[in-house]
Design a protein around this ligand. Structure first.
Ligand code: NDP
Length: 292
């Protein structure tokens, strides 16, 4: 392996410590406890793990965690009514509805019913518009975490060729917007892109957010490129269930300059950024200076 490892786990721990110290200050000086409400509908096992981890880390950061677990058959109207209550609750500064939702519920309707100021996932159309026009917004946690890792590793991204593979609303598109704002030259690739390996080979920065285990190989990578692997895929190998990314780590690490591992790369940054967004939402709600 020649690539250096971008240790998202360690970086996320420093972000969480920083958030926790700021939360302690807000509580001591203003007697306000930032609060995050997480809503889970249904029994999806991966979602249950994510929600549990979010709750634990919210409490560890000194914030209040409000978990709402609803049965799979919950009606759209009942879910919207719950969100309306959370929107009106002054103890709740951030609201996250865990995706995916059961098929009978329209996710866009639900996400756009969250008050934009409490939309700590940054998926509401208002926040999407604000991010894409470079205005103050709630920035989606996973792309924000990727950007923090890139800035930490590379310093300025200005003028670098960035390729984002994947165009989802929750990762690919906002990632591209953030890279553009940092003056990278951005290409977004997707399932209809022609000659994906060739597109990837142009990348100084490659962000993979595809959901296909180990799809991107070392011979797609430019020598010395920085590779951010967002993918979280469960596969069976040697009779065991393993987590792998969208990038084939072994071959890519021979060519790249730096790479995030899976697990221990982007995943921990996502929750750290969620905590940071919740603190930001709390400070904005109470007219306090924004955390840096
Ligand atoms: P989506 O399924 O919503 O989007 C996948 C994207 O990849 C689509 O734009 C799709 O293209 C594109 N794609 C699919 N197959 C190919 C292919 N063969 N070649 C090129 N592009 C392709 O996934 P998400 O964006 O939600 O998530 C992506 C990955 O990131 C998943 O593994 C997910 O688990 C992980 N993830 C990790 C997070 C973390 O915290 N680390 C948070 C969120 C997601 P098209 O639009 O044309 O269909």
């Amino acid at each position: 392996m020649t690539a250096s490892l971008i240790d998202g786990k360690a970086f996320a721990a420093t972000v969480r410590e920083h958030v926790a110290s700021l939360v302690a200050g807000v509580k001591a000086e203003h007697r306000i406890t930032p609060g995050l409400a997480v809503v889970l509908v249904g029994e999806d096992p991966a979602s249950q793990v994510y929600v549990r981890n979010k709750g634990i880390q919210t409490v560890e950061a000194g914030m209040a965690s409000f978990e709402h677990k609803l049965p799979t058959g919950t009606s759209e109207a009942d879910l919207l009514a719950m969100i309306a209550r959370l929107n009106a609750d002054p103890k709740v500064h951030g609201i996250l509805v865990q995706l995916p939702l059961p098929g009978h519920i329209d996710p866009d309707l639900v996400i756009n019913s969250i008050a934009p100021a409490k939309d700590v996932d940054g998926f509401h159309v208002s926040n999407v518009g604000l991010v894409s026009t470079g205005q103050k917004a709630m920035v989606p946690c996973t792309p924000l975490g990727c950007l923090m890792l890139l800035r930490d590793h590379l310093g300025s991204l200005s003028g670098l060729n960035a390729v984002v593979v994947g165009r989802s609303n929750i990762v690919g598109k906002p990632m591209a917007q953030l890279l553009l704002k940092d003056s990278a030259t951005v290409t977004i690739a997707h399932s209809r892109s022609r000659d994906l390996p060739e597109i990837c080979r142009r990348a100084d920065i490659l962000v993979a957010a595809v959901g296909r285990p180990e799809m991107i190989h070392g011979d797609w990578i430019r020598l010395g490129a920085t590779v951010i692997d967002v993918g979280i895929n469960r596969i069976e190998r040697d009779g065991k269930t393993r987590l792998v990314g969208d990038v084939d780590f072994a071959s890519t690490a021979q060519v790249a300059g730096a790479i995030t591992p899976v697990p221990g790369g982007v995943g921990p940054m996502t929750i750290a950024c969620l905590l940071a967004n919740t603190l930001t939402a709390c400070c904005r709600a109470h007219g306090l200076p924004e955390p840096e």
